[in-house]
Design a binder for this molecule. Structure first.
Ligand code: HSE
Length: 420
């Protein structure tokens, strides 16, 4: 291996500039640990940056066609454009490091095939400050991974943590997360669950070899959660978290991302603000929990540089996504997912409504675990809260579809799954 690696940063925003800064400031320790100097020599940006730490180019072709570059760090965001660029680079046998979870959620297997004779690092794509890719690929690689339960989106965790304390405005809280540099360029990716789903799919490839895409799995965001749900959660000793969940049984795995009611005393319930955490259940080590900053310039840069250093040490990878030979789990269809549910129904307060609802539940094989009717106070309608025993997703969806058509329903019924 040569004594110096030349890096091109494709993107010079929050992450790109943090990578350049850390490579310069921590040059000595980086070289001491991997034996090679890692030098950012050019950065691609949309416009010139007067105080940039590396020379800036706005000409993408000029940067990606430079032959003297050893590794390209893709930090641009988007899906198809970076996919085209990364594909071109891998075809030229150039090493690439990426933080782009959306691109990987859709194209990771095509990129893995192209990276056969090169290197594709993506530690920064999931929970930047937690080295979960290396943990799953290396540290826990002897285990059958039975489950993953993870808080993978800092922005929505920040919003839910604030809402659970009461008195917050959804928009202002989102704005705060944006100011901290956490939210996606399009924040609907954060609050509608897509960002967490992209990350879960990457983890699921390493843990299970599953080739699923975002549209194959169940995804629900946090944007319909209201103060009433927080009220119920607190009355019944739950916290609401947006979780990415994988559960394996034999050669099948279910994958889903949605808000969950989880018991207040669970460790994941105590992860607040923009932090991420991943709980891994392995057949050999039982549960282990990893906690840290999920995003932000420095945490992501730390992950990007760990990949640059891995390349400096090893030069090539045996497997990008963690499976060298064919062995993979099949995805459990959405309808067959079985869990417990919380339902919030706004209804007309008149004789027979509760009995009709419970009749519909029984016709759809839904068994009630608990029930609460919130006294009306200033409102015109009553709010009913139910929790159920384990039920198939299909039964709950059927029930909700029938319920929506009932005249006594005064708002869309709302459901959160319970993870207990
Ligand atoms: N938008 C992401 C989050 C940032 O809020 O966690 C990094 O993936």
């Amino acid at each position: 291996m040569q004594k110096e690696l030349k890096i091109a940063l494709l993107g010079y925003g929050v992450v790109g500039s943090a990578v350049a800064k850390a490579l310069i400031e921590n040059e000595k320790i980086i070289k001491a640990r991997c034996g090679v100097s890692i030098k950012p020599v050019i950065a691609l940006a949309k416009s010139k940056k007067p105080n940039a730490l590396v020379p800036i180019s706005t000409d993408i072709e000029e940067v990606i066609n430079r032959d003297d570059i050893d590794i390209f760090a893709e930090l641009m965001g988007g899906i198809e454009t970076p996919f085209e660029i990364v594909s071109k680079l891998l075809k030229r046998k150039k090493a690439v490091v990426t933080a782009n979870k959306a691109m990987l959620a859709y194209h990771r297997y095509e990129l893995e095939a192209l990276a056969k004779d090169s290197f594709l690092g993506y530690e920064a794509s999931v929970a930047g400050g937690i080295p979960i890719i290396k943990i799953l690929k290396e540290g826990l690689s002897a285990n059958n991974i039975l489950s993953l339960k993870a808080i993978l989106n800092g922005t929505s965790n920040f919003i839910l943590s604030a809402m659970s304390k009461g008195g917050v405005n959804f928009k202002d809280t989102l704005q705060k997360a944006q100011n901290l540099g956490y939210a996606e360029a399009d924040p609907s990716f954060d609050i509608k669950g897509f960002d967490a789903a992209h990350k879960l799919l990457i983890l699921a490839s390493i843990a299970y070899g599953v080739r699923a895409k975002p549209e194959d799995i169940l995804i629900q965001g946090i944007d319909e959660i209201g103060a009433e749900d927080m009220y119920f959660a607190s009355e019944f000793d739950y916290t609401i978290k947006l979780l990415g969940i994988a559960k394996a049984q034999k050669d099948k795995v279910e994958l889903r991302v949605h808000p969950c009611l989880i018991p207040k005393d669970e460790m994941l319930a105590k992860v607040n603000g923009v932090m991420n955490a991943i709980s891994v259940g392995g057949d050999m080590l039982e549960e282990s929990l990893y906690y840290g900053a999920g995003a932000g310039g420095n945490a992501t840069a730390s992950a990007v540089i760990s990949d640059l250093m891995e390349f400096a040490r090893t030069n090539k990878q045996k497997s990008v996504l963690g499976f060298v030979s064919e062995l993979s789990y099949t995805l459990v269809p959405k309808d067959e997912i079985c869990t417990k549910y919380y339902l919030r129904l706004k209804v007309e307060d008149k004789i027979g409504v509760l009995s009709k609802i419970t009749q519909l539940m029984s016709e759809n094989a839904i068994s009630i675990d608990s029930f609460l009717q919130k006294p009306k106070q200033d409102e015109i309608y009553s709010t009913l809260f139910f929790t159920t025993h384990h039920t198939f997703e299909k039964s709950v969806q059927n029930f909700l579809a029938i319920l929506k058509k009932q005249e006594f329903m005064k708002a869309e019924p709302f459901m959160i799954r319970i993870e207990q």
